[in-house]
Write a protein that binds this ligand. Structure first.
Ligand code: SAH
Length: 337
């Protein structure tokens, strides 16, 4: 069977209607495992691919967090879903002159795609890197600093729809048409009242990963920076989107060949960990000094100011993207929060 669509139809015929999370899991893994989707010629551009200054600011944050942790002599620097490895490369360059930092770090990458693992290896040539498919085999005996940019949005969600006074779950039937089945709903935030047609998204996969990560950080001590597009308050809305060639696309067209993404519910993630706050990407990057850095670089390459605009303007990535700083085992508040 060569097409993912056929595989999905066969699974539905055998097992019954397919939930959105199973569909998303199959489609997203196939998508990332078979290509490098980033850049102008690809499907979408992420912040580290917009400009080196993004990764540099993350580098400043990581180094600052390491010092606040008491500059441990060995620590795990983990990136989840590193894409092309651009953010990590920029982060490492920006931290080169921090005394003791590179000697103490142990770089680990969590990545499912063999194509992207190869790209990360090339971007990080000369760095000792270990790859993992999950958190399980990342060393658990030293403090940890974790970075995840546009990782949570790729993890699958479930969708509930409010119809005729009750919640139903969105599923696909064996003709790949949308249908619904009964559902036992997770609790909604106090005061959240649905109207007919409202969609509520929730994600056991994201919550499960957040719980695991928080558990590891609590046991090992450390910090995590989670960046994604999403909202700071749970609410209703269908945010599941297909993205192809820089445009939005029908999620049922070209299954496994387009990117699928949905907004991250930071209120839910924030409830699962100890954190210093959830701020906009613009507020975070400005607090890290991105404007000063951009002005210095702009003397040589003025185009950097356009990149800065893209990263921090509220009509671009500045407001839609949120940043959460997770902290365990040390007292000082994280930079940027
Ligand atoms: N952080 C990068 C890439 C974001 S795209 C950037 O900002 O450019 C999402 C990344 O997560 C890709 O590298 C993708 O292959 C990886 N990914 C998606 N699902 C994953 C999973 N379940 N486990 C590990 N990596 C995953």
């Amino acid at each position: 069977m060569d097409r993912l669509e056929d595989f999905i139809k066969v699974e539905i015929a055998a097992k019954g209607p397919m939930r959105v999370d199973r569909f998303m899991d199959l489609a997203v893994s196939h998508y990332y495992k078979t290509r490098d989707p980033f850049g102008k010629a690809g499907d979408f551009v992420t912040a580290p691919e917009v400009s080196q200054i993004f990764g540099e600011m993350i580098g400043v944050w990581v180094a600052d967090s390491w010092m606040k942790m008491g500059a441990p002599g060995r620590f795990v620097l983990l990136e989840c879903g590193p894409g092309r490895g651009t953010l990590m490369a920029d982060l490492l360059r920006a931290t080169r002159s921090v005394p003791g930092f590179h000697g103490a770090m142990d770089v680990h990458l969590m990545e499912i795609s063999p194509v992207l693992r190869a790209a990360q290896g090339a971007a990080l040539a000369g760095v000792d890197v270990a790859w993992h498919a999950g958190l399980g085999d990342v060393p658990d005996d030293v403090p940890m600093i974790v970075v995840a940019n546009e990782f949570f949005d790729a993890l699958p969600i479930r969708q509930a729809i409010y119809q005729s006074g009750e919640w139903r779950e969105r599923v696909l039937d064996d003709a790949l048409h949308w249908d619904s089945v009964s559902i036992s709903m997770p609790p909604l935030r106090d005061g959240l009242k649905p109207c007919a047609g409202d969609v509520f998204e929730f994600s056991p996969a994201r919550e499960g990963f957040m719980r695991d990560l928080a558990g590891r950080l609590e046991a090992q001590s450390g910090a995590a920076l989670i960046i994604d597009y999403g909202h700071t308050q749970s609410g209703f809305g269908d945010t599941l989107q297909g993205v192809s060639n820089h445009n939005s696309a029908d999620i049922l067209n070209n299954i496994g060949e387009i990117d699928l993404t949905s907004h991250v519910d930071f209120e839910v993630l924030g409830g699962l960990c100890d954190h210093d706050g959830i701020v906009s990407q613009a507020a975070f990057l400005k607090a890290m000094g991105i404007e000063t850095r951009a002005e210095i670089l702009a003397r040589q390459s003025p185009d950097i100011l356009k990149d800065l605009h893209r990263l921090v303007n509220s009509r671009e990535m500045g407001t839609l993207f949120k940043v959460m700083g997770v902290r365990y085992g040390f007292g000082e508040t994280l930079a940027g929060f």
